[in-house]
Design a protein around this ligand. Structure first.
Ligand code: HEM
Length: 507
């Protein structure tokens, strides 16, 4: 009898390979099935909006995510599980008591999207966890003391003035609207580079020549695309893509640039010491602060750590502050009566001497309330996430197991109708002392709270006040009704089509 094809010598290895692959696929399928069952079990006490078996909530939240979230928050108090495909889910929370419990713990940050930053900026405060994060945080906190920040106000005044001169020059030649986010983003970068390592790149006027500035903007763009693309989340796929290759080149540029600045600064400090001629520098920049932390604790603070922290300072502060200032301007453009009240308050304090602003930062109650209300309505960081390292019990008794990813939606918290009356309305008086008295301390969290709150929040508030004061003294802003912003809640809350405003010089 003829042997069957399976019994021929050449077919056997193929047959075995086929069976092996089939077994692998089956094993994987069982693993995924068990994973789904586990997630369904762990999240069963949290009702969720209807999901698609394959896309999860992707289709539901695809268009106009922010608007849909508003509806969900009204229907599902405190939290809802959000499914990303059939095998991944995380719990979205937007209740102040839930936020308090989460933020008082020290769970590590979720891998997404922080892992995307590490290859480029290194391991700094933003993406460190555990004892190393604690050491860095402890060493860097003095760098954000008011004494260190005070001279930065002058740097800010200078950079904002450059921005306003640019607008003035633009208005002479064209009478169109200005896409303010792009301009303000360059201005905040200008400030950060001066405060981080005293680099005057003139990037507001000539953004395309400095290699660091160019690399940083490209880096932000790639990170933005990567968070949007599902395939780009996978390291192997991303690294093989043209964007991934470009990202690696940019990482090199950023590393070399900061490395050179650090080595140059170390050398010049050594030279000064040798000549016993420690020149009084105009101000202590962030690099000085980190270098002195290294001098005292060299054993725990390496050169790599140093470079990562300086990069983190620039990356964490740039887009966030630019978004904060741009959204605030947008809110004031939509609300001219509040804009005018801020302008009068600022005029009364500064007159024609904007450079004296440091002395008046604590004396602008109305402007401060408008800043807070804009940070509530359009929080620059719309959400933050943690991966639980031990089970978490919420105040209502519901429990989540270790390993679950929890997203605190700052946007959801700030629009929660259970806390904020008419949450979509811009009303700065919500923040008057009498109206804030009874509010839950975790209801308003633009800078997060607890041990991992924003280390740069004082810096950011100073920059928001300085920018607003100087802009309102020279310009009036009104919205462009033909191009309303389309919200895009990524790592930073941006607008897909920019933030277009009419800016008019005040005579
Ligand atoms: C309006 C502007 C800003 C907003 C809304 C903002 C918001 C936040 C938020 C919500 C977090 C918590 C992130 C998390 O838990 O995952 C954070 C962390 C952080 N921010 Fe900011 N930030 C702003 C400006 C700045 C500035 C100007 C700097 C530095 C100069 C800065 C440096 C940092 C750093 C280093 C962390 C990580 C802190 C840690 O984990 O120890 N931020 N920020």
């Amino acid at each position: 009898m003829e042997p069957s094809w399976l019994e021929t010598r050449w077919a056997r290895p193929f047959y075995l390979a086929f069976v092996f692959c089939l077994a692998l696929v089956l094993l994987q399928a069982i693993k995924l099935h068990l994973r789904r069952q586990r997630l369904l079990r762990d999240l069963r006490c949290f009702p969720a909006p209807p999901t698609h078996w394959l896309y999860g909530h992707h289709k539901l939240l695809q268009d106009d995510e922010i608007e849909k979230l508003s509806e969900i928050i009204e229907k599902y108090p405190c939290a809802f599980p959000r499914w990303v495909g059939p095998f991944q889910a995380f719990l979205y929370i937007y209740d102040p008591d839930y936020a308090k419990i989460l933020l008082s713990r020290t769970d590590p940050k979720s891998q997404f999207p922080n892992q995307f930053l590490s290859p480029c900026i290194g391991q700094g405060l933003l993406n460190l966890d555990g004892p190393k994060w604690f050491q860095h945080r402890h060493l860097l906190t003095p760098g954000f003391h008011l004494n260190i920040l005070k001279p930065y106000a002058e740097v800010m005044v200078h950079s904002v003035s450059t921005l306003l001169d640019k607008w003035e020059a633009m208005l002479i030649t064209q009478h169109t609207t200005v896409e303010v986010f792009e301009h303000i983003n360059l201005m905040t970068l200008d400030v950060l580079l001066k405060c981080a390592f005293t680099q005057d790149t003139n990037c507001q006027i000539n953004s395309s020549t400095d290699p660091y500035v160019k690399a940083l903007f490209e880096f932000n763009k790639i990170i933005f695309h990567r968070t949007q693309s599902f395939l780009g989340h996978h390291d192997i796929i991303f690294n093989l893509s043209s964007e991934g290759q470009c990202f690696q080149e940019l990482s090199q540029v950023l590393h070399h640039y900061t490395e050179k600045i650090i080595q140059d600064r170390k050398k010049s400090l050594q030279d000064e010491r040798k000549r016993d001629n420690t020149q009084e520098r105009k101000y202590q920049d962030f690099l000085d602060v980190v270098l002195s932390a290294q001098a005292e604790h060299g054993d725990i603070f390496s050169d790599t750590d140093l470079s990562a922290e300086v990069n983190t300072f620039v990356v964490a502060g740039q887009d966030t502050t630019a978004a904060g200032i741009s959204w605030l301007l947008y809110c004031l453009a939509l609300n001219p009566e509040h804009q005018q009240r801020c302008r009068e308050e600022i005029r009364g304090l500064l007159g024609d001497k904007p450079s004296t602003i440091w002395d008046h930062l604590e004396e602008m109650p109305y402007t401060t309330m408008c800043i807070q209300e804009a940070l509530r309505l359009l929080p620059p960081v719309p959400s933050i996430s943690r991966e639980l390292n031990k089970p978490l019990t919420f105040p209502d008794g519901r429990v989540l197991p270790a390993g679950m990813n929890v997203i605190l939606s700052i946007w959801g918290l700030h629009h929660n109708p259970a806390i904020w009356e008419n949450p979509k309305v811009f009303n700065p008086l919500r923040f008057s002392p009498e109206n804030s008295d009874q509010r839950h301390p975790y209801a308003f969290l633009p800078f997060s709270a607890g041990p991992r709150n924003c280390i740069g929040q004082k810096f950011a508030m100073i920059q928001l006040k300085v920018s607003m004061a100087l802009i309102l003294l020279r310009f009036e802003v009104t919205p462009d009704p033909t191009r309303p912003p389309i919200l895009s809640p990524q790592i930073v809350l941006r607008s897909k089509n920019g933030i277009h405003l009419f800016v008019k010089k005040i005579p």
